[in-house]
Design a binder for this molecule. Structure first.
Ligand SMILES: [Fe+2]
Length: 268
């Protein structure tokens, strides 16, 4: 009786540790809006959670109706990045088409296995967990976890990967929506600056050129991504003060008087 209780305690302890790791990792994946960082963290975390040798994240190319390897980790991960799979092709294609997870003990004997991926990477896929990465309405891709380092993948591992991939899907979708929103914001601000610029045809295209030169200099200087975002916005808006300048001052061809110059500076 005592032994049985201890075993239960051990199992419960393991599950608690797993749950803690799962929460930590899910928080990590969801703590950034940088889509490339999310993908990288997702695959590394999935490998860590299941103690796997390798893993990859395939994304849907909606136009071509194909899956492509976006992130691959493990010794020879980079070699498969050019491989594309049709919907229904290979294990990942099957998972994408059927919206169902799979745990496969012997991948080599599975008729769905697309052997060219191994041929390209020189890697031998033995066992695999493959789960769809999807939100309630949209299939984003497929997550593959390959070769468990100790023993075989379990149904428990697969269930954990299904929950994890749901979190990854939400994180990717949030990052995409954030990028779209940011782009819409820039377009709106740009349109606003251009409308204002039309008051003064002499400076036509000036805002766009200032933005392009600023970003080009910023890139050359190795300015960090967040500062580049601020630089882009500052360049677009750098002449926004003209909005409060009277036409007779803004469009005056000759030299400004002291009073007009003060008005231009926004003093009065
Ligand atoms: Fe300017």
């Amino acid at each position: 009786m005592e032994i049985k209780e201890c075993r239960s305690c051990d199992a419960l302890g393991r599950k608690m540790k797993h749950l803690e790791a799962f929460i930590d990792i899910t928080t990590l994946v969801n703590s950034t809006l940088d889509i490339d960082e999310i993908k990288k963290r997702a695959i590394e975390s999935a490998m860590k959670l299941t103690n796997a040798e390798a893993g990859s994240l395939l994304f849907v190319d909606a136009e071509a109706k194909e899956l492509y390897f976006d992130v691959a980790r493990g010794n020879k991960g980079d070699n498969v990045k050019t491989v594309r799979l049709g919907m229904g092709q290979g294990i990942a294609g099957w998972v994408a088409e059927n919206h169902l997870p799979l745990v496969i003990e012997d991948v080599q004997s599975d008729p769905r296995f697309y052997k060219k991926a191994d041929a390209r990477s020189g890697f031998t896929t033995k066992s695999m967990i493959c789960v769809p990465v999807e939100t309630r309405t949209k299939l984003i891709g497929v997550l593959q976890i390959i070769n468990k380092k100790d023993g075989m993948f379990t149904t428990e591992d697969m269930v954990m990967m299904v929950s994890f991939s749901n979190q990854v899907a939400i994180a990717v979708e949030n990052a995409r929506l954030h990028d779209e929103l940011k782009e819409t914001f820039y377009k709106t601000v740009h349109a606003f600056a251009e409308t204002m610029e039309m008051r003064d045809p002499y400076t036509g295209g000036h805002t766009k050129r200032v933005m392009e030169y600023s970003l080009s200099i910023g890139r050359k200087m190795g300015v960090p991504a967040q500062s580049m975002t601020n630089l882009r916005l500052a360049a677009i808006l750098h002449d926004i003060g003209k909005i409060g300048v009277k036409d007779e001052v803004l469009l005056k061809p000759g030299k400004l008087t002291a009073k007009e110059f003060s008005h231009m500076k926004g003093v009065n």
